[in-house]
Ligand binder design. Structure first.
Ligand code: NAI
Ligand SMILES: N[C@@H](CCC(=O)N[C@@H](CSC=O)C(=O)NCC(=O)O)C(=O)O
Ligand code: ZN
Ligand code: ZN
Length: 378
């Protein structure tokens, strides 16, 4: 492909909610000013892709190209791009980082606003238009500013993390979302201290990443909670000290945990997207100082509730987006940490499929039998 020319390539189009993806050819326009066109080498599925495909995402626009957990190689860059060049190995970051906005400058936030208004509308900042069209010219919206379910995608420069060329892209692609989020929820959002107690609700890739990180942070007690007991062997392997299935108890799970721990856990994490479990997680955070972190994504209209007394008596309710990581600065560091052998990253990949079987990958995701499925192009 000549730089500056449109590319015809394979992609998976979500035409409407709750319908299988249409694996077909699309046209990807050259990158505009401040944009980067990336050849995707590997992309994984995250539950948030399914959340939007199910029509639950108020920012979900159709038709669109989903996907936000991937890694690839820069194919070309638009006018003014200086931080990456063709041939660089990169991870697209839905949580952008510009370094200049008040959120990037704040030590405790990663919620960059440089392009968020545009990624939430499925278009590019330069001209308010998408870079994807069908072969007959119909526009296709971007998703989360990444749209990695395509052989080529175009993202804002603020959404491109440059990573070590020696890193296996079909593994570090997971650092684009779920696993990094779980780690960051522990290290950045809660700042879990050694010798403390942790409860994790939901034992998918995100919850297991919370367990892995809590163990690395030196938590002395890690309670893993899931309604599917098949998840418990992995939770134990990742570092859980005990596993609880709410279905085995006739009282609320927060009462079970409060009795087990006397006043609750120092930190609790909801990694499901269930507002009732978010309440349970808060109410078994330790009286006086417990922190409860919402990681799960729940649809518009869903609300959390608890008695104010739970907060009056010292519990803190927090949330995390991409684990609080300042993406373009810290994702490369997570890759370096993986290369140094410091993480369990490989173990989260439970399935590998060719990109053309993306609909089967969604079936696997819904089966509860996977952590992460990585798709690669032939
Ligand atoms: N805040 C952020 O930046 C991010 C949020 N997410 C969200 O995190 C959540 C978890 O993602 P994954 O680990 O991929 O999901 P997953 O679906 O693989 O795991 C969820 C787990 O929760 C369990 N579960 C379901 N209902 C339960 C209940 N009532 N009580 C206890 N366990 C229950 C399921 O059996 C499953 O093991 C999703 O909502 C996803 O959208 C994912 C990535 C980033
Ligand atoms: N558009 C969705 C947003 C849902 C959400 O909370 N997304 C997370 C990432 S989930 C990744 O798998 C997030 O980082 N949100 C911050 C943001 O700026 O979107 C909705 O409105 O429900
Ligand atoms: Zn995700
Ligand atoms: Zn910013």
């Amino acid at each position: 492909m000549a730089p500056g020319e449109p590319i015809e390539c394979l992609a998976a189009i979500a035409w409407e909610a709750k319908k299988p993806l249409d694996v077909t050819k699309v046209i990807v326009a050259p990158p505009g000013p401040g944009e980067v066109r990336i050849k995707i080498i590997a992309t994984a599925l995250c539950h948030t892709d399914a959340y939007t495909l199910d029509g639950l995402d108020p920012e979900g626009l159709f038709p669109c190209i989903l996907g936000h957990e991937a890694a690839g190689v820069v194919e070309s860059v638009g006018e003014g791009v200086t931080s990456v060049k063709p041939g660089d190995h990169v991870i697209p970051c839905y949580q952008a980082y510009c370094g200049d906005c008040k959120f990037c400058k704040h030590p405790e936030s990663n919620l960059c606003i440089s392009v968020r208004a545009f990624t939430g509308k499925g278009v590019m900042k330069a001209d308010g238009k998408p870079r994807f069209t069908t072969l007959d010219g119909k526009p296709i919206f971007h998703f989360m500013g990444t749209s990695t379910f395509s052989e080529y995608t175009v993202v804002h420069e603020q959404s491109v993390a440059l990573v070590d060329k020696t890193a296996p892209l079909d593994k570090v692609c997971l650092l684009g979302c779920g696993v990094a989020t779980g780690w960051g929820a522990v290290f950045n959002t809660a700042k879990v201290q050694p010798g403390t107690s942790v409860a994790v609700f939901g034992l998918g890739a995100v919850g297991l990443a919370v367990i892995e990180a809590a163990a690395r942070a030196g938590a002395s007690r890690i309670i893993a909670v899931d309604i599917n007991a098949d998840k418990f062997p992995a939770a134990k392997e990742w570092g859980a000290t005990e596993c609880i299935n709410p279905k085995d108890h006739d009282k609320p799970i927060q009462a079970v945990i409060n009795e087990l721990t006397e006043w609750g856990c120092d930190y609790t994490f909801e990694c499901i997207g269930n507002v009732a479990v978010m309440r349970a997680a808060l109410e078994c955070a330790h009286r006086g100082w417990g922190q409860s972190v919402v990681v799960g994504v729940a649809a518009a209209g869903q609300e959390i509730s608890t008695r104010p007394f739970q907060l009056v008596t010292g519990r803190q309710w927090k949330g995390t987006a991409f684990g609080g990581y300042k993406s373009r600065v810290q994702v490369p560091q997570l890759v370096d940490e993986y290369l140094a052998g410091g993480t369990l990253l490989d173990k989260y990949i439970t399935h590998r499929l060719p990109f053309t079987q993306i609909n089967e990958a969604f079936d696997l995701l819904h089966s509860g039998k996977t952590l992460r499925t990585v798709l690669t192009f032939e």
